[in-house]
Design a protein. Sequence first.
Length: 646
Amino acid sequence: MTSPPAQSTTSPRQILLATLTIVAGAALAYHNTFSVPFLFDDNSSISGNPSIRGLITAWSPPVEGGHTVSGRPFLNFTLALNYAAHGTAVWGYHLLNLLIHVAAGCTLFGIVRRTLCRLPAGGQRGARARHLQEDATWLALAAALLWTLHPLQTQAVTYIIQRAESLVSLLYLLTLWGFIRSVEPGASKGWSVLAWVACLLGMATKEVMVTAPVVVALYDRIFVAGSWRELWARRKGFHLSLALTWLLLAWLVMSTAGRGGTAGFGGGMSPWDYALTQVGAIVHYLRLTLWPSPLVFDYGKDLVAGWGDVWWQALVLFPLGLASLWAAGRGRAAGWLGVFFFAALAPSSSFVPVVTQTMSEHRVYLALAAVVTLMVVGLYAVLGRKSFVGFAILAIGLAAATMRRNHDYRTELAIWEDTVVKRPANVRALAALGSIHQEAGRLDEARVLLQEAVRLAPQSVEARNNLGNAWMKAGRWTEAMTCFEDALRLKPDEPYALNNLGNALLQLGRGTEAIARFEAALRVKPDFPEPRFNLANTLAQAGRTAEALTHYDFYLRMKPDDIEARSNYAATLQMTRRFGDAVTQLEFAVKLRPADAELQNNLGAALAQAGRPADALRHFEEALRLRPDFVQARENLERAKKSSGR
């Protein structure tokens, strides 16, 4: 068994100062992120996610469609907390992301500090260990601060939905922190409980947590027990309890059926090709830890062709991996850091394909802690306390680089333009930028980008679908239909292309065919709101009111704040003479938008039809107050006055 941790001479005031330094540094580096809008997957996982509108329903996130929150109920619950506090105002989501990041940095500080105090002070390396123990607080501060301020962390903090990465990393670190505290002399049982709860919640946050029980056990073997035999004799119950949390993760992974085909072995991407790509990706991440430029929001879905594309990266990576295992087997602290690095990356950067992105910077968020800590301790071993000057200068430089990188996130247009400049052959980035130009009415720019995306990737369903949207925006229905039909030839069950083709058919007066496309989209993706709404409207126009009402009701459970849907639902209810139900829908809509004269008039009309002319008067009068030249409201008001005897 290894020696107990050395008694620290650090005062509580020094620990408080170190903590405040981490908090202040992070606040400075991320002060310009609070107005960054929802980006990319934020829209489906936050603004388009009905499950976060209740703190209970949040524990059952959507499983269809491969959303970031699928199979991750604790992540979804934190989003629900934000929604309960301030709806979809982005500042609150950014604030909680920053708090999670700061908490992770402070936890890393505690882990590094207490681990340095555990290094054995005897033997040939005893003098070096004693120096590390004496400066443990300031070395831990250097490691935690550099990790917190590193611009490579921006994607996991500034891109809201990548809270998945920062939150699971916090829980991973808390699991390790709880264990470290639990084995200190006189420690409370509460630390073991903290470690287990953090591990369980981590399993409910993201699959990265799968390696935590192994990493904690290896930490125990190297820094605490000294041997596997001693570990098993003293703490087998604790480690088995951590391993039991794998059952929750296994159940959550199976419940999502490969995250809607976006991850796992059923997504059409070869595990071998993906693994080869990760050889280059991990070396690229290592380079970014040392020189974080250029940083890229989206790397796309590119795969390497074979070993010839990554031979030199393999010559770097495999010796590092083997050296880490060898050093860990010998009980070396550096070996544990190496294993930690690879273990943190393994769930997303090994052989299990993540189809949506073959590389992504947020994946190195937790693993970066090992690299930074090793660098800090290594430089200190060479330069001694002179290294602290270098760490201070480096921290200032990293904070400036992080603020500059966060500036790229200021708008959707800015971040996708930055991505296209850095990755001009990224089809998804071209398609996303084209869609932004399209929504802004810059149709020529949109078509140029989207046609280039189709040229680069003629087999891309997404590119053809987005080009079809651009043609549809310009009123070119025939060209739009051609794009959607081409997309569906490539992937017959693509719900977005089916929905868009239905919209194009509607514009050409082919309502029956449009209904068939909307229904097909919903068979593939029942929780897809747009075709549900389109189908309800089309059925209502076709006189199939009973079916339309069913779809309106289903849609409004997903999008309860959609005023247009409530108005259309109310109109359809009025067609079936369900005037009381129509009044209920319009009252809800008016609460959402009381200054809308049209809604006030419609509610008044529904109340009059329901036999409540006196109540209707108030809404007609309000409609006229809001819009004095509203002729229909004035006529309705006169009729209501006669009906009520006024």
